[in-house]
Write a protein that binds this ligand. Structure first.
Ligand code: FUB
Length: 444
């Protein structure tokens, strides 16, 4: 019995599922440098894993990363953490005390999964790029004994063209590219520096893909003070490329890095990127986000405006983190951490002006009548919220009186109306009180 209990516990630790549709998408640990890849009809996320520096690591102000997890999702809403796939002590060539497992990538070839990762070399200086190979995207991954020969740099992005030729892109203050042999672990050509790109402020993070015969080299670039995401287009995997535009502006959070990937899933393109939402005071503890991305007719990319809401449809029967809003009124709404000593507990929305509102898009109310709403809220003097469909003066679902309370409590109310299907949910403050809301949930 004891044996079965420990097996069960081990399973729970290795793989856990979270119903998170909003940004950041991984809410129990820091994640950065996201590469999204679609394998076998599922979205896989290969990020790097920021951790607070342990005692043994002297550089408290620097990136600190000792391993990689892989996550997967079939709806971009529930993410499963498949646990650690590669760690610094288990790769022969990696300095096991360097905490330098930076931005990775993973590609599939002939039914095998090749995970590329940069790290500090044990027997020299600087970064090498290694490969770990698995039969399944979740692993187990077996690391190669040596890093890829003739490559010094970080942030690999691997691309397999329509003719089967694979290329590796990586950076070391400039962007390099080389073709790979069919074994995916050795270079087939000398690395070349890709020209025609910004010569200053382009130090890392390339991502490469093809769409409708056009090749896209995308990269973070410091045009001003911190990185923004830009791209160049070309007709050939090795260029030449024409610098074309900006994919995402610098974050107002001030996070110096932004690392990204673009991926199409079920007909929609998405941008994975990172910010330091859970760590406002230390931008080396980052969190991965996703937003939808669109192309213009001519193949150029429309700028992505980062959202709290992210992507995916939220089930009305689950907790709707309304502070991850889609839109808010011009005045009267602010956000605060629920617990500044543990930011992973998330945010609460604060409404402080009569008729201020928050809209949270794409809630699935199902097709079975819902009768109740639960609101986790507090209000020092008591206040009244209305919940409406689609717009601040849309169909009224419920009026909820929030009693006086200094701490968040769950208040229940009857729904006056049920409407099936997917709708935007709008929460409106009806009096001139101050009401703080953590989450909202509907029930049958
Ligand atoms: O995460 C460490 C480094 O910061 C990555 O390798 C870069 O792309 C930047 O995000």
């Amino acid at each position: 019995m004891k044996y079965f209990k420990s097996l069960l516990l081990a399973g729970m630790v290795l793989t856990s599922t979270f119903a998170y549709s909003q940004n950041p998408i991984i809410r129990d640990q820091f994640t950065a440098d996201p590469t999204g890849r679609v394998f076998n009809g599922k979205m896989y996320l290969f990020p790097s894993h920021d951790i607070p520096a342990p005692e043994s690591f002297p550089r408290k102000d620097w990136f600190c990363m000792e391993d990689y997890h892989v996550f997967s999702s079939s709806n971009l809403t529930e993410w499963t953490d498949h646990g650690v796939i590669v760690s610094q002590e288990k790769v022969e060539w990696v300095n096991p005390t360097s905490f330098s497992m930076w931005a990775p990538d993973c590609v599939e070839r002939n039914g095998k999964y090749y995970f590329y990762f940069p790290a500090n070399i044990k027997t020299g200086r600087g970064f090498g790029i290694g490969v770990a190979i698995a039969e399944k995207p979740e692993g187990p991954y077996i690391p190669e004994k040596e890093p890829i020969a003739n490559v010094r740099g970080i942030d690999p992005s691997v691309f397999i063209d329509k003719d089967g030729q694979a290329y590796i892109y990586y950076s070391l203050n400039r962007i390099f590219a080389a073709s790979l042999k069919d074994n995916m672990t050795e270079l087939a050509s000398e690395p070349v520096v890709l020209g025609d790109l910004p010569t200053r402020g382009l130090v890392e993070g390339p991502f490469f893909f093809e769409r409708s015969g056009k090749y896209y080299l995308t990269y973070p670039h410091v045009e001003n003070k911190i990185e923004r995401l830009e791209y160049a287009m070309g007709d050939n995997p090795l260029g030449p490329f024409k610098v074309t535009g900006v994919i995402m502006d610098e974050t107002p959070m001030g996070t110096w890095t932004n690392h990204h990937s673009l991926v199409q899933y079920n007909g929609q393109w998405y941008l994975f990127y990172h910010q330091s939402a859970y760590s406002p005071k230390f931008d080396k503890n980052r969190s991965v986000c996703i937003d939808s991305l669109f192309f213009n007719e001519d193949g150029t990319i429309r700028k992505v405006i980062p959202t709290n809401r992210g992507v995916g449809i939220t089930n009305a029967l689950g907790k709707i983190e309304i502070d991850r809003y889609s839109h808010i009124s011009l005045a009267g709404v602010s956000l605060a951490f629920i617990d500044t000593t543990n930011t992973f507990k998330g945010w609460k929305a604060i409404l402080g002006k009569q008729n201020s509102w928050i809209a949270y898009n794409a809630v699935d109310f199902g097709n079975k009548k819902l009768k109740t709403i639960h609101v986790n809220a507090s209000s020092q003097n008591g206040g009244t919220l209305e919940f409406r469909l689609d717009k601040p003066d849309g169909i009224l679902l419920a009026t909820v009186k929030i009693p006086r309370s200094v701490s968040l409590n769950t208040v229940n109310a009857k729904l006056s109306k049920y409407q099936k299907g997917v709708h935007n949910l709008v929460m409106v403050l009806k009096d001139s009180s101050i009401v703080e809301v953590d989450w909202v949930q509907f029930a049958r």
